[in-house]
Design a protein around this ligand. Structure first.
Ligand SMILES: [Zn+2]
Length: 366
């Protein structure tokens, strides 16, 4: 008679081999056919999924742009803001969307309680006679028309690429020629919002070791003929240090979500520096514990910002990350392959982040 135990073992071992075969990495298996860019997983975990319709506290959004093409879109945007709990939004004029400052103020004017205007530095004629007087006059004129801040300035290595109407190429924020304008902004109580560099992996080789590969393929930075990451950070720090009377808002966590201790060291050193969380949901929510700890520690220096359009789901995704304890969810629309988790921030931190810190900068600073 055959040993029954032996039969069981043999069967088990056959089953195991069969399972292993289905997981193999041989040519022709799914692992060889699926591209990272097509990765679109569905979460199978039975865990809480929270939809946050409206922010827990009133919001001042310190980072958006003049997205609306016409008055109907401006009005629609205000309806979304009312729905999700945004009191008012900084519509920054320095960007790639192009209408003159006067026209943009005019467009949003019927809903001016909902929007705050931000203008650029005008570098027209920089270095020539009459500059910076002309640029200062332009800044003062923008302030008279309603601008409450300067920005978004942007330096990704080649100078202020968001500048308008003058060309900001090769003009970095610590350029001595710009100093009179920065000082004037401080005098006029206009904070400067500035985008420096890009997320760190955009500078790294686009190979299998790049943690941000899906996004970096689109947004890779070539530093051959321009400032690299550290040189840009140096230029920003120089400007913040040399202009203590001017408030600087480093957009997007200063593109340091990968190295929060480094960002914290700068905040410790420079009381005139703040940061906004705009457009870095994925970069922060895949390290939720480190980010939560950081936001609690620097709760007086953080500002809410979106930088991602005018739709309700965009706001609600950010609320989910900030307010809930949800774990392991994907936002493929953000363009990353990471799973995100919420920060579950305490109420007193949320209030400051959403509203109070911005209110303080925009009123007490005046
Ligand atoms: Zn922006």
């Amino acid at each position: 008679m055959r040993n029954p135990l032996l039969i069981v073992l043999v069967s088990a071992s056959v089953a195991l081999v069969s399972c292993n075969a289905s997981r193999s990495n041989e040519a022709g298996s799914p692992a060889d056919k699926i591209f990272l860019k097509d990765f679109n997983p569905i979460v199978v975990n039975n865990i809480p999924v929270t939809h946050v319709e409206r922010a827990k506290f009133d919001i001042i959004d310190m980072h958006a742009h003049d997205y609306a093409a016409n008055i109907e879109e401006v009005e629609q945007w205000t309806k979304v803001m009312d729905q999700v709990g945004v009191l008012n939004t900084a519509v920054m004029h320095c960007s790639w969307i192009g209408r003159p400052f006067e026209e943009y103020v005019e467009l949003y004017a019927p809903f001016k309680d909902h929007f705050k205007f931000w203008c650029c530095f005008d570098y027209t004629g920089i270095g020539e006679e009459g500059w910076p007087e002309n640029a200062i006059a332009t800044l003062e004129r923008c302030k008279e028309m309603g601008a409450i801040g300067v920005g978004e300035l942007g330096d990704k290595g080649e100078g202020d690429t968001y500048a308008r109407p003058g060309d900001g190429h090769n003009i970095h924020i610590d350029d001595p020629r710009v100093k009179p304008l920065i000082e004037k902004a401080g005098e006029l109580k206009m904070p400067i919002s500035i985008h420096i560099a890009e997320p760190y992996w955009m500078y790294l080789p686009m190979d299998e070791t790049n943690d941000g590969l899906v996004n970096a393929v689109t947004w890779h930075v070539d530093t051959t003929n321009c400032y690299g990451y550290n040189k840009l950070m140096e230029s920003f720090e120089n400007a913040v240090r040399e202009n203590p009377g001017t408030i600087f808002i480093a957009c997007h966590y200063l593109n340091m979500t990968h190295d929060l201790p480094r960002l914290g060291a700068l905040l410790d050193k420079y009381p005139n520096m703040y940061f906004d969380i705009s457009a870095r949901v994925a970069e922060s929510a895949h390290t939720p514990r480190a980010t939560r700890e950081f936001l609690i520690k620097y709760q007086d220096r953080v500002l809410f910002g979106t930088d991602n359009g005018m739709e309700a789901p965009m706001y609600q995704t950010i609320f989910r990350v900030l307010e809930t304890n949800d774990e392991h969810f994907y936002c493929p629309e953000l363009g990353y392959h990471w799973a995100l988790s919420g920060f579950n921030l305490p109420d007193e931190v949320l209030k400051k982040l959403y509203h109070d810190n911005a209110e303080r900068i925009l009123t007490e600073y005046k």
